[in-house]
Design a protein around this ligand. Structure first.
Ligand SMILES: Cc1cc2nc3c(=O)[nH]c(=O)nc-3n(C[C@H](O)[C@H](O)[C@H](O)COP(=O)(O)O)c2cc1C
Length: 200
């Protein structure tokens, strides 16, 4: 980060691309605020095979480094829903941030959350809320979406007051996020950027 540039870290993990699309929409919202920039990073996906843990890194965006957390002025984290909760990869990463909790470097920075599920009632809100808990322990200021966003009242896909979301449907994924999902993800990124700018 150079001088008083404001950078917001958008950190996600995604297997089939739904959460990744939300991350990219969130970055557009962040970049819509003057002098605020997005930094997109991924967390390697963990897979278990025959009692072995395999690590798969993204080829599209760089992997996160702890310094990204220290340098950001705000944070958004996104994970696919796994049985109504965040993925093991995201949880493992958050569990590795004890040193940052001790140093208090995330205190008073704004944060938001996002997720993707295959079904409409498959646990988006439980995933979003449980992803907030470690961020609250870090002393972050949680930013959600207000009902002044018209899409919150009308969406028949994803998008919640707790954070941005996507309903990917059955199958192998790859479905494009809906217009409502895009706009709500954009607004969440924009809102975190605005709050970070005010707090700077
Ligand atoms: C182990 C596992 C658990 C899952 N649990 C849920 C769930 O609780 N609710 C749901 O709707 N979808 C569930 N899914 C589906 C994914 O959340 C869904 O495909 C999501 O869109 C994937 O996000 P991605 O495209 O970013 O990888 C699960 C998938 C896996 C592999």
């Amino acid at each position: 980060m150079i001088n008083d540039e404001i950078e917001i870290l958008v950190l996600y993990t995604s297997k089939n691309g739904g959460t990744k699309q939300l991350a990219e929409a969130i970055c557009s919202g962040i970049e819509s605020i003057e002098a605020v920039f997005s930094r997109i990073r991924t967390i390697p996906e963990l897979k278990q095979h025959n009692h072995e843990i395999l690590i798969q890194t993204s080829t599209e965006h760089p992997s996160v480094d702890k310094s990204d957390l220290l340098e950001c002025s705000g944070l958004l984290i996104g994970s696919p829903t796994r049985f109504g909760n965040m993925s093991a990869s995201m949880k493992l990463f958050l569990d590795s941030t004890l040193d940052i909790w001790i140093s208090g470097d995330l205190i008073n920075k704004p944060a938001g959350v996002f997720t993707s599920t295959s079904s409409l009632h498959g646990g988006q809100e439980s995933t979003l809320i449980t992803m907030m808990l470690p961020l609250i322990h870090h002393g972050m200021i949680i930013v959600g979406l207000p009902y002044s966003e018209p899409d919150l009242n009308t969406t028949s896909t994803g998008g919640t007051p707790y954070g941005a979301s996507h309903v990917s449907g059955q199958g192998s994924g790859g479905k494009k996020i809906s217009d409502e999902e895009f706009r709500l993800a954009f607004s969440l990124g924009k809102r975190v950027a605005e709050v970070a700018k005010k707090l700077q």
